[in-house]
Ligand binder design. Structure first.
Ligand SMILES: Nc1nc2c(ncn2[C@@H]2O[C@H](COP(=O)(O)OP(=O)(O)OP(=O)(O)O)[C@@H](O)[C@H]2O)c(=O)[nH]1
Ligand SMILES: [Mg+2]
Length: 247
């Protein structure tokens, strides 16, 4: 027969361990924020394959052409495939391989910072491990989370994975080039997402690769304008308080 006392005690212990882990994550996240200084840091979350790396491949060259310097921290369970793609952009990049862990945490990001040249970076993009659940629980010291949802995933996803949408400042609806061949309802995606987080900023994008090796970018300019504005705001705020923001 099951002993409910034992079960409850075990559950209590595991909750305490979880709480302690999240508390120590917060301490390291604060240190990360201090290290980031004036640099804007964006944490990209999404299901596998929504287009996080593709968006970075489209956004970063536009930022670069306008004089904004980027760096990337890649998170992946097993491979450095995404980091190799980012290396083609000729910017500082570092791969964290989590060896099975389903999210990045502040300690992993802290460990990467000694290996990444961020001193001149205006913006650091962190590509989290692809899933809409675990990455939402871990503050990495970022300024904002951006959730990417591709239109192939279904308009119910904000309702089924609310934390990802509640904790994000921005939602990028990607792969809009596929709208003509799908029965996706983009207004339903927005309605559901806004029912979870009424302040969510929404961008619609496509970064479909063309056969000639180019990219058919849509909505990228708007997203880049938003990022540039946030870069400037963060730097201004940092300057105003004399660079002692988080100490
Ligand atoms: N049609 C279309 N395909 C896209 C678009 N964006 C990305 N893709 C394709 O979707 C696939 C996955 O894109 P990735 O950028 O690797 O997705 P990801 O979110 O980084 O994936 P993980 O890192 O594995 O979680 C690739 O085959 C991309 O070429 C888009 O806007 N339109
Ligand atoms: Mg990727």
């Amino acid at each position: 027969m099951l002993n409910s006392n034992r079960i409850n005690r075990g559950g209590g212990r595991s909750l305490t361990v979880q709480r302690n882990a999240l508390e120590s994550n917060e301490v390291i996240a604060k240190k990360n924020k201090a290290i980031f200084g004036r640099t804007l840091v964006i944490n990209f979350l999404s299901s596998p394959g929504s287009g996080k790396t593709s968006l970075l491949e489209s956004i970063i060259p536009v930022l670069k052409s306008e004089g904004f310097k980027s760096a990337v921290i890649e998170g992946d369970v097993e491979t450095d495939l995404d980091k190799k793609r980012i290396d083609n952009l000729d910017i500082p990049a570092y791969q964290i391989i989590t060896n099975g862990t389903c999210h990045l945490d502040a300690k992993m990001v802290n460990g990467s910072l000694g290996n990444l040249d961020i001193k001149d970076a205006d913006v650091i993009f962190i590509e989290n491990v692809g899933n809409l659940v675990c990455p939402t629980s871990f503050n990495l010291g970022e300024d904002m989370k951006v959730v990417v949802l591709s239109i192939t995933e279904g308009d119910d996803k904000p309702l089924k994975y609310p934390a990802a949408f509640y904790k994000s400042k921005v939602m990028v609806i990607n792969k809009i080039d596929l709208l003509p061949v799908l029965d996706s309802d983009i207004s339903k995606i927005k309605e559901n997402a806004l029912s979870i987080n009424k302040d969510l900023m929404i961008f619609e994008t496509s970064c479909k690769k063309k056969q000639d090796g180019g990219v058919d970018n849509k909505g990228i300019e708007d997203l880049v304008s938003f990022i540039k504005e946030k870069v400037k705001l963060k730097a201004d705020e940092f300057r105003k308080i004399g660079g002692n923001m988080y100490f």
